[in-house]
Design a protein around this ligand. Structure first.
Ligand code: SAM
Length: 286
């Protein structure tokens, strides 16, 4: 059965009494080139254990099953379990669990299902939980590569560089641990139901070591403080962010010690520059 063909998909879903849920971010792919290309770009091979989030009716799951050593698919919607039993049940290297990725213990799942394999992620993510899912996947430190389809605007934020409107704390978090790349766009007419926005497929490849050698907790505190009030100068944004712990004059000295102008804004600083400032602020806090 061609899962991306509406003529096959519609009767399949009707037979199982399934209706799309907007709250669960259900937009299923109906263009066969997309799951094929996403699976191919993920680089999954027989040495890979691939975690798929939200298999839907299983079109991407099938493409991954053909390439990967093992596929573990987590689907929150219990109504899709009998559908998936029908569409991907024949693949011995696929396990589908009725589980919410945000509540899942990823370390245990990877240990249990991917022994001897290199863990990776490949998914068409539900749009409403893109940031918490990516934050969880990255924070787990478990996955060598993460290839996901997300909204184009979010993809731009993940992959943005300093000085651009899209640059922010979320992109810096991803970039700190992973090399980021936008691969290609997917138009709304490739989905049922049709979303309002264009999607992009991005690929994240884990860095051998984080982008900067610094106190990570303090680094992210500083980055968040800088972007919480991104239109303010850095010295003012950090004065609010570190109020009660550092005087404005101390922050100004740290900024000057890094060689930045006193009117610099956080949105123009690279990761390395934020890391240099983290080291200065860390010394001032002692
Ligand atoms: N992979 C399918 C495709 O490409 O056609 C479906 C993708 S659809 C954008 C997102 C899928 O994620 C849906 O099947 C939805 O039920 C599922 N989902 C939503 N929230 C989830 C969660 N928290 N954990 C696991 N799956 C979730």
């Amino acid at each position: 059965m061609e899962l991306t063909d509406l003529k096959a998909l519609t009767p399949l879903l009707e037979r199982h009494g399934f209706h799309f849920s907007k709250a669960k971010g259900q937009n299923f792919l109906i263009a066969s080139w997309v799951p094929e290309r996403v699976a191919e770009e993920s680089g999954a091979d027989e040495k890979a254990g691939v975690l798929e989030i939200g298999p839907g009716v299983g079109c991407l799951t099938r493409e991954l099953a053909k390439r990967a050593g093992k596929v573990l698919a987590l689907e929150i919607d219990a109504r899709l379990m009998p559908v998936l039993a029908e569409t991907v049940g024949e693949y011995e290297n696929v396990t589908v669990l009725n589980e919410d990725v945000l509540g899942a213990d990823l370390g245990s799942l990877v240990g249990e299902h991917f022994a001897g394999l290199s863990p990776a992620v490949c998914a068409n993510l539900p749009y409403n939980i893109t940031s918490p899912v990516l934050t969880k996947l990255i924070g787990s430190g478990l996955f060598g590569t993460i290839t996901v389809m997300i909204q184009r605007e979010v993809a731009r934020r993940v992959c943005a560089g300093p000085g651009t409107a899209d640059y922010g704390a979320f992109g810096i978090l991803v970039d700190f641990y992973y090399h980021t790349r936008i691969l290609f766009d997917v138009p709304p007419d490739c989905f049922e139901p049709r979303p309002k926005v264009t999607s992009s497929v991005i690929r994240l490849e884990k860095r051998d070591r984080p982008a900067a050698d610094t106190d990570e907790k303090l680094f992210f505190r500083l980055v968040r403080a800088a972007f919480n009030q991104r239109r303010k100068t850095l010295v003012n944004a950090l004065s609010s962010g570190f109020s009660g712990r550092l005087e404005k004059a101390q922050i100004a000295r740290c900024i000057a010690a890094c060689g930045f102008s006193e009117t610099v804004r956080g949105e123009t600083l690279s990761i390395r520059e934020f890391a240099a400032l983290t080291d200065e602020i860390g010394r001032a806090l002692k």
